[in-house]
Design a protein around this ligand. Structure first.
Ligand code: MN
Ligand code: MN
Ligand code: ZN
Length: 312
């Protein structure tokens, strides 16, 4: 997708300070730096990218020029933070020797790329237990993370475990699963959580109403702690509550609906947490523009604090 195809949106004003920390996942086709240009086009304040082709094990190294452009553009646009998502092929719970080795090597490469790019967190799907029990899978994921964190000691990058929808044999669809992994991790300060609204809803957490939203967050806080949340994926769900199917939908057009997202964008606890769209995209980036506008429109005006003057 080339930038020239979206000239329609290039006249948008730059996001101003004080607006909610909203952004979208952007393609790195043509280089990681191009994702920032795309993000700027649609009015992102924050971004998520893949740091390599996410559907292939092999990838070309980052070029110096690409890294320099990335740094420059980030500084110029003020888009921050820029977070990363790991490759879909990686499975840290794999019991297949070949797949496991490839997963570990690729994940480590991704951590290195993030470090080079100054990316603060790498969001990862915990893993799938194709042949083992969930319990074994969770243990295996934690052990894999321990090894990866050991081998990258001193790196600033944090791994963010993403809440899962529970499709197929994927684990991480209960907050308790992620807590089980965290319990076993040695360098806990290097592991955070990414909440995906579509995934938790598909997993059975009802965030459609203020009451349901609050209950879900209370449970999250009890089990994992709100302060662990580094990234939020703001996606509506194409399927119903508890369906365990991972299908993202445009904001307000799925089964979660606008009320749930109103709770999210007005939640002061997540004021500084990047909220990233992973909603369907068409040939141009119009859908991102519209979803971002819709989310912004849900933000309630902050209460006006009356200035007291000496005269009063
Ligand atoms: Mn994900
Ligand atoms: Mn997600
Ligand atoms: Zn998903």
């Amino acid at each position: 997708m080339r930038i020239t195809e979206v000239t329609e949106t290039t006249t948008r004003r730059a996001p101003t300070f004080g607006e909610p920390l909203l952004g979208a996942h952007m393609s790195i086709a043509g280089g990681v730096d191009r994702a920032i240009e795309r993000g700027r086009e649609v009015g992102c304040r924050t971004l998520q990218i893949f740091v390599r082709n996410n559907m292939q094990w092999a990838s070309r190294p980052l070029s110096d020029q690409e890294v320099r452009r990335f740094d420059e553009l980030r500084a110029v646009t003020g888009i921050s933070p820029i977070v990363a998502h790991d490759s879909y092929l990686i499975n840290l719970a794999s019991t297949d020797t070949v797949c496991y080795r490839k997963s570990m090597r690729t994940f480590r490469e991704e951590l290195e790329r993030c470090e080079i790019l100054g990316i603060p967190c790498l969001v990862t799907h915990p893993g799938a237990c194709l042949t083992s029990t969930e319990e074994d899978g969770l243990r295996r994921i934690a052990d894999s993370l321990n090894e990866l964190l050991n081998r990258t000691r001193g790196y600033r990058i944090q791994v963010c475990l993403e809440t899962a929808a529970g499709q197929g044999t994927n684990v991480g669809y209960r907050f308790e699963h992620l807590a089980r992994i965290l319990d076993r991790v040695n360098q806990k300060d290097r592991v955070g959580i990414c909440i995906d609204t579509c995934h938790i809803f598909a997993a059975g957490y009802d965030i459609r109403t203020p009451e349901g939203y609050e209950q879900t967050l209370e449970s999250f806080h009890r089990i994992l702690g709100i302060d662990r949340v580094r990234v939020i994926h703001a996606n509506d769900s194409k399927k119903g509550l508890g369906c365990r199917v991972d299908r993202h939908q445009h904001i307000g057009e799925g089964f979660i609906g606008l009320e749930g997202f109103r709770c999210l964008v007005n939640d002061r606890r997540f004021e500084h947490v990047p909220k990233i769209l992973e909603t369907p995209k068409g040939r141009d980036m119009k859908a991102d523009v519209e979803n971002l506008q819709l989310l912004r429109s849900l933000v309630l005006p902050s209460p006006v604090v009356k200035r007291q003057t000496i005269d009063e």
